[in-house]
Write a protein that binds this ligand. Sequence first.
Ligand code: MLT
Length: 260
Amino acid sequence: MPHLIADHTTLYYREAGEGPLALFIHGFPLDHTLWLDQLRGLAHLRRCVAPDLRGFGRSDPAGAEGLPMGTMADDVAALIQALDADSADVVGLSMGGYVALALWERHPDLVRTLTLADTRATADGAQAREKRESMIDRLLDRGRSALGEEMVGALLGEAPSARARARLRTMTEATPYETLVAAIEGMKRRQDRTGLLSAMSLPVLVITGEEDSVIPPAEAEALAEAIPGARLVTIPGSGHLPPIEQPEAMTRALEEFWSS
Ligand code: MLT
């Protein structure tokens, strides 16, 4: 797989297709394979690139500095520049959406359009931070296979396909311990970015799985309402992970957005 070195860290990415750059940012505790169907389905429209964020997939392990959203956003910026693109259609899911918003905040010129899937702009409240702490404790206590089981229950919709379950387990169980802990810490400390929303002057698509219980559709509606001109697409039969739960509907939503 191709790679680049950003800030002494080797970052891998998968690419398909030709045309304007589209960049796909995965969520937690996932990797670039979240987007395999979209890379296949959108290669006729875009040069589709899906990196493994630092610490995830085949990219280098997370360093002692942990995994702040801003650092991962700077990595994505370095990737867009290394690919010789002026800007990209950026798609971020959940934690990938936190990173995409940080990218917009730090490098707005690199973002042509933004798709925010199953994500939010708010920071963690006290209760969410406590849940993060207890997830770290469970991880250290019972190992990451316990997390794999927990993720299948929490992230997928009411009747997930065997393939979606298998893909989620594979990604979760392949993610190193130190990455899991560093990313949970990074999400726990992320800043509130709702202040950015009303000033967004680029085309924005908000996507939500109709059965998302991690970031429920009502939050996606509020996010779309806060961004001038943003569209909202709700994907039936999906929980938190439309790219693997309803891959065709996810691909179609992006195709329609980019073609409009
Ligand atoms: C994700 O899917 O990236 C995470 O569930 C996001 C979060 O825990 O806030």
